[in-house]
Structures are given as structure tokens and as C-alpha cells.
Design a protein around this ligand. Structure first.
Ligand code: F6R
Length: 241
């Protein structure tokens, strides 16, 4: 695992975008994408580079990391819509190349299996972009999560629901359940970039990078990955030894 420390969120966005740009130059990319605040500046940087003709998403396909259960694809806070707003519309990636689990599926267990299988049939994720929760979650793999878990239905931790309530009118509106790629699924990505900014993430970053590899810190599984890079700002790095 590598750790890149930039001075501030702008530096983080540039460093993370450089990694994505390099992957896009070298191969047709299945790009795994997290939602949430952390990767937004990186997505903006990527979209601007695409608009300036400095990179092309070509035939890249975007795979969502997770999705709320109970929200339709058209719901403003579904991750399908969030990724359209934050990345694909500005980057010129058509809707037909956005893949994700359906949070409104009638049979959620079958939907989780379908999505896990879909990733495999497309040849796997080339580059996965991640954020990290204040409790060390990646995707919605809350602590404790099995290190070999596959895409599945999970209950959101209260901390996560509170953290995400800023996107909803009321805490009660934040879904209780989500579909998420599992830690085993995420680990199969050929390359992983985790983005974290701000002092609130410092304890989780320190636990993931320097703590034991353990189900109680799901992001610690990245210690085991041959090509995982944490790109963090100075504040998020402040609890690293
Ligand atoms: C969302 C996801 C989550 C977030 C994490 C951090 O798709 O995968 O694991 O990355 O909750 O969220 P922010 O960046 O909003 O602090």
C-alpha cells in the first residue's frame, strides 16, 4: 500500500486524477466509482481535463460501488443520479455506460448476485476509486465486515446515516439499508485509489494504514492489496505515525 500526502484537497484531486488519467491512457477502463464528498474535486478535475481534451474516457464504463435500498434510479439522492451529477455528465460518459446495483429491485439478494456477476462478466474493475467513512467503512461495508464478503444487502451504521443525513431533509429520510460491493469484490479490482480529506477522517486513515488488518476496520483490507494508494491531505494524514 502506498500513501501520497498532498497539502490540501486541491492537491489530492490533482494527484488522484493523475492516477486515473494514467489508467485511461493505458487500457480500456472499467472504472469503479465511490460517491460522497471526498472524490468530488477529483471528478471535477477529471471532467475539466476531459473538456480540455487532455484525457478521454473513450469506452470507459463506470461501476457504482454501492446504492441505497429503496430509492429508485431517478431519485435525486440515488447514487446513480449522484454520479451523473458529480462525474459522468461533465465527463461525457453516456448513461448507457453506468452500471450499478438497483436499490429498488424486488429481490435484493438476487440483485446483489447479479451485480457481482456483472462486474466479473465485464472483466473486472481496472481502477476502483474509494472514499472512507469516519468508522473505517469502504463502500457500505460497515465494521465489522467479513474480509471476503461479496456484493450484498447491508444495514447502514447509525454513524453513517448521520454522516449522510446532510444530503437529505431529515435523518429519517436516510435509508436504513444499502447494496454494496463486498470487501472481497473490491479487493479484486486491479488497482485502488482511496481519497480522504479533512481531520475528521484522520483516525480512520490511521487505523486503515497502520492498524491491524481486521474486520473492525474494513479499509484495512487495502494493506493486503498489491496496488492500493491512499491519496490524502495533510489533515487526514495527521494521525499517521
Ligand atoms: C459511497 C461510499 C462511502 C463513502 C464514505 C465517505 O459510495 O462508498 O464509503 O466513500 O462514506 O463519504 P464522504 O466522502 O462523503 O465523507
Amino acid at each position: 500500500m502506498d500513501v501520497v500526502i498532498a497539502a490540501d484537497p486541491v492537491g489530492v484531486a490533482r494527484a488522484a486524477a493523475d492516477i486515473v488519467a494514467r489508467a485511461l491512457r493505458h487500457r480500456v477502463v472499467n472504472l469503479g466509482v465511490a460517491t460522497g464528498s471526498s472524490p468530488v474535486p477529483t471528478y471535477q478535475e477529471l471532467a475539466q481535463r476531459a473538456q480540455r481534451g487532455e484525457l478521454s474516457f473513450g469506452h470507459a464504463r463506470v461501476f457504482l460501488l454501492d446504492e441505497y435500498v429503496g430509492l429508485s434510479r431517478g431519485h435525486a439522492e440515488s447514487y446513480h443520479q449522484v454520479i451523473r451529477r458529480d462525474l459522468t455528465e461533465a465527463a461525457g460518459i453516456p448513461d448507457s455506460r453506468i452500471e450499478g446495483p438497483r436499490g429498488d429491485a424486488a429481490d435484493l439478494i438476487a440483485e446483489a448476485d447479479r451485480y457481482d456477476h456483472l462486474i466479473t462478466t465485464h472483466g473486472g474493475i481496472d481502477l476502483q476509486i474509494l472514499g472512507i467513512g469516519t468508522n473505517g467503512h469502504i463502500g457500505f461495508n460497515e465494521p465489522p465486515s467479513s474480509l471476503s464478503s461479496r456484493t450484498r444487502v447491508v444495514a447502514l451504521a447509525e454513524q453513517t446515516r448521520m454522516d449522510n443525513s446532510r444530503f437529505f431533509d431529515h435523518l429519517d429520510d436516510v435509508p436504513q439499508l444499502a447494496l454494496t460491493q463486498g470487501l472481497g469484490t473490491i479487493s479484486e479490482a486491479r488497482e485502488i485509489v482511496l481519497i480522504a480529506t479533512g481531520a475528521r477522517k484522520a483516525p480512520a486513515v490511521a487505523a486503515a494504514v497502520e492498524g491491524p488488518l481486521a474486520a473492525r476496520c474494513p479499509a484495512s483490507i487495502l494493506q493486503w492489496h498489491p496496488r492500493a494508494t491512499f491519496v490524502v491531505d495533510a489533515a487526514a494524514a495527521s494521525k499517521l505515525e
